[in-house]
Write a protein that binds this ligand. Structure first.
Ligand SMILES: C[S@@+](CC[C@H](N)C(=O)[O-])C[C@H]1O[C@@H](n2cnc3c(N)ncnc32)[C@H](O)[C@@H]1O
Length: 209
């Protein structure tokens, strides 16, 4: 099975468990508030790997953004449509989906790019940069440790993770033409173990790429 199919099937399988696990998330709330402060004029937001639509798509909608969420798991998309009917959701793989240049004021990707084969990450960041409007913001949690590719048991299903270390991620985001505004490595407890993510706020220069 290809890696994206492992991930989609896994999230179909654990959609309810994952939602319960992530309910009440001060860290997501904190970064969404950062985005809200940077973009007082609101606009369209693309949420990559939107999951069940809460808390991220719901919170962005409450803040006044128009949200399009995409996810590779049909079960997650079904839950998202039910949980946040004011937003739009589509079943799509972030690696192959495409949008016109300069479509979004912001693109968010919370805990999702770390499920994509890292050989795709440089191209993914470049496509994100193209889809952003000049001045637009990319807000994401990315990998912190070097993990070429890991498949194994996670939250009661088979899951796949792949990412670069934090410094390489920063370099790739910059090479995509985005300017890093904030970066922070934050540890979180996951099933009794500490795990870290690199949180990044990056901006497309106002003069465009
Ligand atoms: C850890 S969950 C995070 C969900 C949500 N962003 C949140 O913060 O709770 C990762 C989500 O990314 C989705 N995902 C992973 N790889 C994807 C891909 N290539 N294309 C679209 N969605 C993907 C999964 O289906 C899953 O719903």
């Amino acid at each position: 099975m290809r890696e994206n199919e492992i991930v989609a099937r896994g999230y179909d399988h654990i959609a309810d468990v994952y939602l319960e696990w992530t309910t009440g998330s001060p860290l997501r709330e904190r970064w969404l508030n950062e985005l809200s402060n940077i973009l007082p004029l609101r606009g369209d937001v693309l949420d990559l790997g939107c999951g069940a639509g809460i808390p991220v798509a719901r919170r962005l909608t409450e803040m006044g953004f128009s949200v399009l969420g995409i996810d590779g798991s049909s079960r997650q998309i079904a839950l998202a449509c039910k949980n946040e009917p004011r937003a739009e959701f589509r079943l799509a793989d972030m690696v192959s989906v495409s949008f016109p240049i300069a479509s979004f004021a912001a693109i968010t990707a919370f805990y999702s790019i770390t499920h994509v084969r890292r050989a795709e990450h440089a191209a993914m960041f470049k496509r994100i940069a193209r889809w952003l409007k000049p001045g637009g913001i990319f807000l994401a949690s990315l990998g912190y440790r070097d993990t070429p590719g890991w498949t194994g048991e996670w939250l009661g299903t088979t899951m796949y993770f792949s990412h670069f270390d934090a410094e390489t991620n920063i370099t790739l985001v910059e090479e995509a033409g985005l300017v890093i505004r904030q970066r922070e490595i934050i540890g979180e407890e996951e099933s009794g173990k500490m795990t870290e993510f690199l949180w990044v706020v990056a901006q497309k220069p106002s003069l465009g790429l």
